[in-house]
Ligand binder design. Structure first.
Ligand code: ITT
Length: 194
């Protein structure tokens, strides 16, 4: 079965492909599908953005589409950057800019607890098939460590470990990550059977 992933994030795409391949789901990239229209992520929830992206792309491409909206929610920052994780340090910022901003905002705070959240949505040109949410709890380190993964991974230490996701590598990350957990739920709920 082939589905189109409505994401411009190459790292996310690789994780999605790796997790779904053993379940017989082949993920097609936006590039392989000849590009996808830009969808404005203007909703104030992960679910709102994921559903909007999946529905609009499925209609435009006439395919089954899968989207992922995710981010980091930090306790000491009242849940920020949350749904604004991608734009946390401005429109053209890099992963390093975002991590530096986060380290700056956490200076002097006692709690470094945080969670990653991921909402995936699946849609056909006829409408929404389903959604699933996954979380991964952990804490924010004091400096960026490791060179695997992407985004905030060099700062995120999942509960039960001393290393960051960027140090632990893809197998461990995928087995417990927000994205891995959301996909497990979606598979269990039969969203990938159509
Ligand atoms: P698409 O919207 O095109 O899918 P994006 O990178 O803009 O790609 P999001 O809107 O979901 O993705 O942005 C989420 C932000 O959180 C962004 O800065 C990511 O780097 C970061 N993020 C999401 N998942 C992550 C993960 O598994 N590890 C580290 N950072 C992650």
């Amino acid at each position: 079965m082939k589905i189109l992933a409505a994401t411009n994030n190459a790292h996310k795409l690789e994780e999605l492909k790796t997790i779904l391949r053993p379940h017989g789901v082949e993920v097609i990239s936006a590039k392989e599908a000849g590009g996808v229209p830009e969808v404005v992520e203007d909703r104030d929830t992960f679910e709102g953005n994921a559903v909007k992206k999946a529905l609009e792309t499925a209609k435009a491409k006439n395919m089954i589409v899968f989207s992922d909206d995710s981010g980091l929610s930090v306790d000491a920052l009242d849940g920020r950057p949350g749904v604004y994780s991608a734009r946390y340090a401005g429109e053209n910022a890099t992963d390093t800019d975002r991590m530096n901003k986060l380290l700056g905002e956490l200076k002097g705070k006692t709690s470094r607890k945080a969670k990653f959240v991921c909402v995936i949505a699946l849609a056909s040109p006829d409408g929404l098939i389903g959604t699933a949410t996954g979380e991964c709890h952990g804490s924010i380190g004091f400096e960026a460590k490791g060179n695997q993964g992407f985004g905030y991974d060099p700062l995120f230490i999942p509960d039960g470990y001393k290393e960051t996701f960027a140090e632990l590598g893809e197998d461990i990350k995928n087995s417990m990550s927000h994205r891995g957990n959301a996909l497990k739920k979606a598979l269990a709920d039969g969203h990938f059977k159509f």
